[in-house]
Design a protein around this ligand. Structure first.
Ligand code: HEC
Length: 130
């Protein structure tokens, strides 16, 4: 009886944890769609919008989408987009790349973290520019 009850509690805890995880993943996707989607697609196969595609941006070299007309600072910079660079760029783009003309700033660290986590999660799906 005792073991059965413990098993039930574990099962319920697992279901709740799975639900919370799904909710977090969804809100990352929603945040990306609402806050970045006007200017960025995920897939390189979609028509390019105002900005370059971002599906594999996490771990990608800065300014490296072929055919996108980046401003000069992007092509002379030499780093890979990771948590630190993305967080600074989304806070204030020109603090990372002085001539960036991306019209977006996100002062809320929690929202930035959710969007960055979403991009990190998606990156393997778009590896090699899919
Ligand atoms: C109003 C349009 C607009 C919005 C909204 C926008 N961006 Fe951008 N983004 C751009 C443009 C334009 C560039 C290229 C900037 C340049 O060349 O100066 C860019 C570049 C980038 C880059 C550099 C990519 C690379 O290949 O080096 C990242 C990363 C990025 N954006 C992330 C985001 C994220 C994440 C969001 C949403 C939270 C977002 N952007 C919202 C227009 C936008």
């Amino acid at each position: 009886m005792q073991t059965w009850r413990y098993g039930m509690i574990l099962t319920i805890a697992a279901i709740l944890a799975a639900g919370a995880h799904a909710a977090r993943a969804d809100s990352g996707a929603d945040l990306f769609a609402n806050q970045c989607g006007t200017c960025h697609t995920l897939s390189a196969k979609d028509q390019m919008l105002q900005g370059p595609n971002l599906g594999n941006v996490y771990g990608r070299k800065v300014g490296s989408v072929a055919g996108f007309a980046y401003t000069p600072d992007f092509t002379s910079a030499n780093f890979v987009w990771d948590d630190k660079h993305l967080d600074a760029y989304l806070t204030n783009p020109t603090s990372v790349l002085a001539d960036s003309y991306m019209q977006y700033q996100q002062p809320d660290a929690g929202i930035r973290a959710q969007i960055i986590a979403y991009l990190k999660q998606e990156a393997p799906l778009y590896a090699g520019g899919k």
